[in-house]
Write a protein that binds this ligand. Structure first.
Ligand SMILES: Cc1cc2nc3c(=O)[nH]c(=O)nc-3n(C[C@H](O)[C@H](O)[C@H](O)COP(=O)(O)OP(=O)(O)OC[C@H]3O[C@@H](n4cnc5c(N)ncnc54)[C@H](O)[C@@H]3O)c2cc1C
Length: 394
């Protein structure tokens, strides 16, 4: 991932900002890609009279871009992690190890899973999306009990070693449901890992695409590259839907049953349901509607970035790349808001580089309609990813 900022310099003072003297409390909810940047820079120079609270389930951020490499066996989990302790202590932030479960944007409070209610003057949201268990359970009964979900990523990172361990004592059949970038990368990573000499021979991976061919949203050339990569790893591709999950099997829309030891769900992500009662204006999918300053369109004290936010003026895909890009403008606008200065409009890039790892140390790069592949692409991705983690860890 890259973190270049594409920013216009259309500085505008939001009329709803009021310069109130006295101490201010900034709450950062979630420790996603944009917030690690905010934290690092607030550590370097923190506005006077500012207290900072960071709320996240763990004092670390598992960097999703490296998780397929972890599954493939190229990285340990610790190598994919940005520890937050140092960033937190450097900017004197209070850390609450919990999750936001509700908020009242009019009262300027966030309710947490640990029972606390936290009041804020300024709030920044970077909690990422969720896999809505209830919605998925409706579409695939049994999923909640029997499937392995890729989100929360932290939970997936803890559970994957158990699947891998199974493959050391016997051949396993893994079914990956979802053939977007995440499903593709994880299917190829798992297939690569299960072919290693330390695993029992005979393990196999099936990719259940939901109907269309894999990598449907990629240009034609890239789709062919993906199909070739799947073939090299002997991944079976089923253009079918998953309509239910049971013990040791998934049920398909065609009526067939696919025996599998581990069904892995990579079926996209949704907005956190707790936002619904927050009073914030949300987009039609339930994500926080933000303007060109990454500021809530209804509550100027609230900013949001990354997958939890939706730019109503400049819609763009939800991905880690865009979340990384949003870090510097979010920081600039939080600083400006805290000091009652002009906010800076931010234009997200119109297209982003997509780097798809293919299990082995091999990757496909897609930029618009153009694609290339090779070991050198994997080394390029590896360098970008390691640098991102190192930038905020050391
Ligand atoms: C396996 C995998 C691989 C991926 N690879 C890529 C890739 O190579 N390139 C790419 O562009 N995208 C990739 N993605 C997509 C990418 O992960 C997301 O788009 C990205 O994580 C969004 O970043 P974010 O900062 O908005 O949220 P996240 O990275 O999800 O971070 C959210 C943070 O908030 C915390 N949090 C969550 N809920 C709450 C709550 N209620 N209260 C408080 N804290 C909370 C989380 O613990 C986490 O620390 C991948 C996704 C997966 C699952």
């Amino acid at each position: 991932m890259t973190s270049t900022v594409h920013e216009t310099h259309d500085s505008t003072l939001d009329s709803s900002l009021i310069d109130t003297p006295g101490p201010k409390h900034l709450v950062l909810l979630g420790a996603g890609h944009a917030h690690v940047h905010v934290l690092q820079n607030l550590a370097e120079s923190r506005p006077a009279n500012l207290s900072i609270t960071v709320i996240a389930p763990q004092p670390r951020q598992l960097y999703s871009g490296m998780v397929p490499g972890f599954v493939a066996g190229h990285y340990t989990l610790d190598q994919c992690v940005i520890p937050l302790e140092r960033l937190l202590s450097r900017c004197g932030a209070r850390f609450i190890p919990s999750s936001g479960i509700a908020m009242d944007a009019d009262k300027q409070t966030v309710m947490l899973a640990n029972g606390e209610t936290v009041a804020y003057d300024w709030l920044s949201l970077n909690t990422g999306p969720v896999m809505d268990r209830e919605k998925i359970e409706e579409q695939m009964p049994g999923a909640r009990e029997h499937a392995l979900f890729v989100r929360p990523i932290e939970a997936f990172g803890q559970l994957w070693p158990q699947v891998a361990e199974m493959g050391k004592s016997r051949a396993v059949h893994l079914a990956v449901v979802g053939a977007g970038a995440v499903g593709l990368e994880l299917a190829m990573a798992a297939a690569h890992a299960l072919q290693a000499p330390s695993f029992r021979p005979g393990s196999r991976v099936t990719l259940v695409t939901g109907g269309p061919a894999p990598a449907q949203n990629y240009p034609d050339g890239a789709q062919i590259r993906v199909q070739q990569a799947l073939q090299r790893l002997r991944i079976t591709v089923l253009a079918d839907t998953c309509v239910g999950v049971g013990l040791g099997e998934i049920r398909l829309g065609s009526g067939a049953r696919l025996a599998c030891d581990a069904p892995l769900l990579a079926v996209g992500a949704q907005a956190p349901t707790w936002l619904a009662g927050s009073g914030l204006i949300l987009d039609s999918d339930g994500f926080v509607a933000v303007n060109r300053f990454q500021q809530s369109t209804s509550h100027p004290q609230v900013f949001a970035a990354g997958d939890v936010a939706s730019r109503v003026d400049a819609p763009h895909p939800r991905s880690g790349v865009y979340a990384v890009h949003a870090g510097p403008p979010l920081l600039a606008n939080l600083r400006a808001a805290l000091q009652a200065q002009a906010l800076q409009a931010y234009s997200p890039p119109r297209r982003a580089l997509s780097l798809l790892s293919c299990g082995e140390r091999y990757a496909i790069a897609v930029w618009g309609g153009f694609s290339v592949e090779g070991r050198w692409v994997w080394r390029w991705k590896d360098r970008i990813d390691r640098q991102f983690v190192a930038r905020y860890s050391h």
